[in-house]
Design a protein around this ligand. Structure first.
Ligand SMILES: [Zn+2]
Length: 118
């Protein structure tokens, strides 16, 4: 893979990483003991009545699923960045062929080539 291409994708990945971390930090805290693991903050309102409490639980469930999907994306982005550092970026994790450049432009965190992903 061409170096200037990788450099361009690296910039994209770092931007993506910053965006994801910012988004996560707006409602979750990163686990100090387990890097890359985030927990949604639970709002504890002692004054809420039953109905409000039910709403809060529902809202927390929504946050949890959002937190999981963001965390997963962030993990993939971090993995791609590690691969760039290791010099193994752009290779399919399944068939070991080079991942299509078009595919990486759209999803720089992709780990499988189009063939293996479909
Ligand atoms: Zn493949």
């Amino acid at each position: 893979m061409q170096k200037n291409l990788i450099d361009g994708l690296k910039v994209k990945l770092e931007q993506e990483k910053a965006t994801l971390e910012k988004e996560l930090a707006s409602f979750a805290v990163e686990d100090k003991h387990m890097k890359g693991n985030w927990d949604a903050k639970r709002q504890n309102n002692e004054d809420s009545d039953m109905e409000e409490k039910a709403d809060e639980v529902e809202e927390y469930d929504n946050l949890l699923s959002l937190e999981h999907s963001l965390e997963l994306k962030l993990k993939n982005v971090n993995m791609a960045l590690e691969k760039i550092t290791a010099g193994t970026y752009g290779t399919c994790g399944k068939c070991a062929k080079e991942i299509e450049t078009d595919r990486l432009q759209v999803a720089p965190e992709a780990r499988l080539c189009m063939n293996c992903n479909s």
